[in-house]
Design a protein around this ligand. Structure first.
Ligand SMILES: Nc1ncnc2c1ncn2[C@@H]1O[C@H](COP(=O)(O)OP(=O)(O)OP(=O)(O)O)[C@@H](O)[C@H]1O
Length: 376
């Protein structure tokens, strides 16, 4: 049973609050990301689950078992860190076998302890280690590193080292896999590759995984669900798509992807049931988003805005007239910074080969679908 339940978790360090009333239920087999800026409490939450940190109050369950009093080495959690923490003098195979041998040493009788010790000292595999050998080979095959078993960590790329670290965690067949910023040391391209690799391995093994990251793209592309943290508290726990389209507040909207955020005042509801919001003296927008507030924050994703030039026929539905201030080519998309009166909008459009990038100074119309205007 690899579900994880966190109930009313509080953690203080010398009177300073690091975690405040954190409540989470992570389902068995789920890939769950803890996301937030530096210092928000992600690592502390994970360390409390692992047993490296003692909660000030609250309960933690792994499966049905309350693990509050269970030491870290008996919680059956596998860990992967940012620094791969491999032994530089042991080869790949030995690095992965090490933790199994340590467990055999602690859990075995005197005979096992002696043979394991001998093995660790000799670093040679004897008969007694057949099971170990098979498990290590399987784990290395899983991360597709079987062919590099004899290499030392220093002879591997960063991505390969991280896969060794993953194999070392998986070989223990843990109930829960805990990963703390495992991709931070890799360059962007390799990080993107490793995201897919880790996700594929996690799905193959079906292991409950908690993944700590400050990178929203990483969390959103890998996780089944994401918990956004801020100042030691959970702000929103949701699927990536729900977080993106329905952020509960400005912090989440801003942290998860880029957003246009405007101050608005609700004028009323029109006959179609849409809320009409004034965004400045001369302009208003309609939204289908239900709100009971008078003063609202209007949140619009850059790709939710349709950019029209004077050539396009447009109705006057939720349209704002503006002027392009800056055009930035980003490969698959173009980001336009558009001035609308005193307001500024970021608009993302798909780049199509052959079609021109509109220059600064071009007069444009911004058409905004009322279904994609969030008012908080
Ligand atoms: N051992 C400690 N002693 C004192 N304060 C600590 C300790 N560990 C963490 N903190 C504090 O608790 C808060 C949460 O830290 P934590 O490491 O959990 O944040 P984080 O979200 O993982 O940040 P980062 O992404 O920078 O690692 C921070 O204010 C941090 O300074």
């Amino acid at each position: 049973m690899g579900s994880v339940k966190i109930e009313h978790l509080n953690k203080q360090f010398n009177g300073n609050t690091a975690l405040e009333d954190v409540n989470l239920e992570i389902r068995e087999g789920e890939f769950f990301a803890l996301l937030g800026p530096s210092g928000c409490g992600k690592t502390t939450t994970m360390r409390c689950v692992a047993g490296f940190e003692t909660p000030t109050s609250g309960n933690i369950y792994i499966g049905d078992r309350n693990v509050n009093q269970i030491p870290a080495n008996q919680r059956n959690c596998g860990m992967v860190f940012q620094s791969y923490a491999l032994f530089p003098h042991l080869n790949v195979f030995e690095n992965v076998a090490y933790s199994l041998n340590i467990r055999r040493f602690y859990e075995g009788g005197l005979g096992t302890k002696l043979s394991t010790l001998a093995h660790l000292l000799n670093r040679r595999l004897g008969k007694v280690d057949r099971i170990t050998e098979q498990k290590v080979r399987d784990a290395l095959d899983f991360v597709e590193l079987g062919h590099l078993a004899d290499r030392l960590p220093g002879q591997l790329s960063g991505g390969q080292q991280q896969r060794v670290a993953l194999a070392r965690a998986l070989v223990m067949e843990p109930a829960v896999l805990l990963m703390d910023e495992p991709l931070s040391n890799l360059d962007k391209k390799l990080r993107n590759v490793m995201r897919v690799t880790i996700r594929q391995i996690q799905q193959k093994v079906g292991i409950t995984t908690i993944f700590v990251t400050h990178d929203q793209e990483e969390a959103m592309s890998m996780a089944d669900r994401v918990a956004v943290m801020h100042g030691g508290r959970l702000v929103q726990v949701d699927t990536p798509t729900a977080l993106y389209s329905n952020p509960v507040n400005k912090f989440v909207a801003d942290f998860v992807g880029s957003s246009n955020i405007l101050n608005g005042m609700v004028k009323g509801v029109n006959e179609s049931g849409e809320t009409v919001i004034r965004i400045d003296e001369n302009r208003q927008l309609r939204t289908t988003y239900p709100t009971t507030k008078k003063d609202v924050e209007v949140i619009i994703r850059p790709e939710s805005i349709r950019l029209l030039t004077s050539e396009h026929a447009a109705s006057d539905e939720n349209i704002l007239d503006g002027t392009i201030e800056l055009s930035t080519y980003l490969g698959p998309t173009i980001r336009y910074d558009v001035k609308v009166g005193e307001l500024r909008f970021e608009v993302d459009t798909v780049f199509e080969a052959g079609s021109p990038i509109l220059p600064s100074g071009t007069a444009v119309k911004l058409q905004i679908d009322p279904n994609r205007v969030v008012a908080l």
